[in-house]
Write a protein that binds this ligand. Structure first.
Ligand code: T46
Length: 193
């Protein structure tokens, strides 16, 4: 099959996806998404939106972001140019892993993807200049339902690979609350969001 799927070792709902690259004298080809194969791996919600972000500088941190119900989003993230540290945090109230995070390096070179389910917050840090990130979501962008968590929340404890003084964040992200201060987090009901 043209994809390998592996549940994350810390947050098993997060799935590492590795598309197979078919190389030849010209270069390589890879399928990067297939609804049928992804459904067999348990990723069944149809994706409805594609996003693409370009970050100029190394040390750009976007997030943590998530959307609350009824527009919670699952995301399928990959890096088209450069390298990023991609991070997901379980923020489902009632989850035994509430507040736990996992991270992985996604890069144009490794072609790896990360599936982040609804109920998880997402952030990434660019590891070099000029990084491009593309990701699918299974719910539309809904600004009124968008929420965020401080990237440097000590209760989440991400060791971002860039000096705090050199981090590049949006004004919005600079003032995000800590997870403990959030009023609305996704409610884990009966094991599903
Ligand atoms: C997310 C989004 C944004 N926008 C507009 C809103 C702003 O005018 C502009 C930049 O938005 P924002 O600063 O939220 O972009 P990022 O900081 O890259 O946020 C994203 O990066 C983190 C890592 C995520 O996981 C989220 O999917 C997403 O929030 O794009 C849209 O028009 N549609 C969208 O779906």
């Amino acid at each position: 099959m043209p994809f390998d799927f592996k549940p994350d070792g810390v947050l098993p709902e997060v799935i590492h996806v590795q598309p197979k690259r078919f190389g030849d004298d010209r270069g390589w080809f890879a399928e990067t998404f297939r609804a049928d194969v992804f459904a067999e791996a348990g990723i069944t919600e149809p994706f409805v939106q594609d996003n693409h972000s370009w970050s100029a500088e190394k040390g750009t941190i976007r997030g943590f972001h998530f959307q609350i119900t009824p527009n919670a989003q699952a995301k399928l993230v990959r890096c088209l140019k450069g390298r990023i540290l991609d991070v997901a945090v379980d923020i489902r109230k009632g989850s035994p892993r509430f507040g736990r995070a996992t991270s992985v390096e996604l890069s144009a070179a490794n072609g790896a993807q990360l599936y982040i389910p609804r109920g998880f917050a997402h952030a990434f840090c660019t590891l070099e200049e000029t990084c491009e990130v593309a990701y699918k979501t299974d719910a539309y962008y809904a600004p009124i339902h968008e929420r965020g968590i401080a990237h440097d929340d000590p209760d989440i404890g991400i060791d971002w690979p860039v000096d705090p003084a050199r981090r590049i964040l949006s004004d919005k992200d600079k003032v995000l609350p800590r997870l403990a201060e959030l009023v609305e987090v996704p409610e884990l009901v009966g094991g599903t969001l």
